[in-house]
Design a protein around this ligand. Structure first.
Ligand SMILES: [Cu+2]
Length: 134
């Protein structure tokens, strides 16, 4: 899975844009990202929407569990090392060191947002060079 950056240099910067469509979808662009195992990635998350959003990284299981929890306690303040909040019009960063090859998810777990499209997949590969560009 991985962990927050512990000071090692970043291998790659990935920009993720958040947008809301007129038909009610809320989307991450891109929504599928391939990453080399062992690499350190700085995600730059740009909230182009009118609402505040979140970017949370985790296994599919972790994201599903956290989504249940957010439904029960929608107003609870929370802070996690694998999550960042991005207010409308703002830009935030999350640095993550990926470990082994696996599939992960990123999502916004504000109630209703993941259902409106705010999720994507991260495929962590062994065979990608760490410096590979998009
Ligand atoms: Cu959201």
């Amino acid at each position: 899975m991985g962990k927050p950056n512990d000071g090692v240099p970043v291998d790659r910067i990935i920009k993720v844009n958040i947008k809301e469509t007129q038909s009610g979808y809320m989307l991450f662009e891109p929504d599928a990202i391939q990453i080399a195992s062992g690499s350190v990635v700085r995600f730059i998350i740009i909230n182009s929407g009118a609402l505040d959003h979140e970017f949370m990284l985790g296994s599919f299981d972790e994201i599903a569990k956290h989504q249940q929890w957010m439904r029960k306690f929608p107003d609870m303040e929370h802070e996690y090392v694998n999550s960042v909040s991005i207010r409308s019009g703002e830009v935030e960063e999350l640095v993550w060191q990926f470990s082994d090859a696996t599939n992960m998810e990123f999502a916004c777990l504000i109630p209703g947002h993941r259902e409106a499209g705010m999720w994507g997949v991260i495929i962590v590969h062994d065979h990608l060079a760490p410096t590979r560009k998009n």
